[in-house]
Design a protein around this ligand. Structure first.
Ligand code: BMA
Length: 333
């Protein structure tokens, strides 16, 4: 049958991953991103001594998936833990936090949270919010097997709380999105692009996008590693609005230029997901949907988005890339 729309449908650039989690959109659901019916997928107490497990990143690995999980413990410390899964839904999380090999002299690790993971060449790079002298910066380490993690220099000066690498070089340079912040509950925040020849020295900083109105009025920050499509880099990002009882975290998506990703082509005016289910509205920090993980299947265009719910649990949402990109374009700022 002749289907002109499909012929021009945006395509994912990447791997065929037919085994990523998937559930069809509920009949009649009007929006392009829908929640997994059995959320949350990881409860707060999945391992001993955990207070909460949330804001965690996953990648395809071997026959299944691996991930780096944010675990806050019952002392209210926060650390990163490796996790393993066959189906991307049921996770076995290591009870002990990741210890980095080859620690770098004079580079403290006081706390670690909100990991992102990206495969670049034959290595997986982990970025997270890294505490140094009480301030947040962007930590970095690499691994090939999710067992030995090798410490690298921090990617930014303090204060910066959200950093993520692109999954390939752009213009022969490594590339990163990050969100400079303050040392507290930052009441501002725009997304910037930076590049590096070696993952250590960063420069050529470019403004990508800032706050606007509505759900993204107070601050925004990059989520999972940008996903390459024929229409540009698909970036899920969180946005915050300050309400009378605190901050509400929702998420939306943008399409960034493929060659010059600091140029925003389209960006959602409405949110894609906002806190409304009990596991998003009730928890240690109510009203938080915070995306940091993403899996995509090139052939079907299926997306599985992992997000933290209320700083307490991990939830999953789904989208179809061509439908989502059409929606972003039709509902752009
Ligand atoms: C941000 C980060 C996230 C957290 C969010 C809501 O500043 O600390 O880890 O999910 O606040 O508390």
């Amino acid at each position: 049958m002749h289907m002109p729309y499909r012929q021009h449908a945006p395509k994912l650039v990447g791997l065929d991953l037919p085994n990523i989690p998937w559930e069809e959109k509920p009949a009649g659901y009007p929006y392009p991103v829908w929640r997994y019916s059995r959320n949350p997928i990881v409860p707060r107490d999945a391992i001993p001594l955990a207070n909460s497990i949330f804001n965690s990143a996953v990648v395809p690995f071997g026959d299944g998936f691996a991930g780096v999980f944010r675990v806050d413990d019952i002392n209210r410390g926060c650390g990163l833990h490796t996790g393993w899964s066959r189906d991307g839904i049921q996770w076995r999380i290591e009870p002990k936090p990741i210890r980095f090999r080859d620690p770098i002299q004079d580079l403290p690790y006081e706390y670690a949270y909100d990991p992102r993971v990206v495969c670049l060449g034959d290595r997986y790079y982990v970025n997270w919010c890294n505490g140094i002298h009480g301030d947040p910066t962007i930590g970095c380490a690499w691994t090939k097997d999710f067992r030995a993690y090798h410490a690298m220099e921090n990617l930014t000066l303090p204060c910066n709380r959200n950093g993520v690498l692109f999954p390939r070089k752009i213009g022969r340079k490594f590339a990163m999105l990050s969100r400079p912040s303050d040392t507290g509950h930052t009441p501002f925040g725009n997304i910037y692009y930076s590049e590096s020849p070696d993952l250590t020295h960063w420069g050529c900083h470019r403004f990508v996008m800032g706050t606007t109105g509505g759900w993204q009025r107070t601050k925004i920050g990059p989520g999972p590693a940008p996903l390459e499509t024929t229409e540009g880099w698909l970036l899920f990002y969180h946005g915050v609005v300050t309400m009378c009882n605190g901050m509400t975290y929702s998420f939306g998506a943008a399409l960034l230029d493929r060659d010059e990703p600091w140029r925003v082509r389209y960006r959602t005016k409405p949110y894609l997901i906002n806190p409304r289910e009990p596991y998003e509205c009730m928890g240690d920090v109510p009203n938080v949907c915070f995306p940091v993980g993403l899996l995509a299947d090139r052939r079907t265009g299926r997306l599985a988005i992992y997000y933290g719910g209320a700083d307490t649990v991990i939830a999953l949402a789904f989208a179809q890339v061509d439908e989502l990109i059409s929606y972003i374009k039709a509902n752009s700022i």
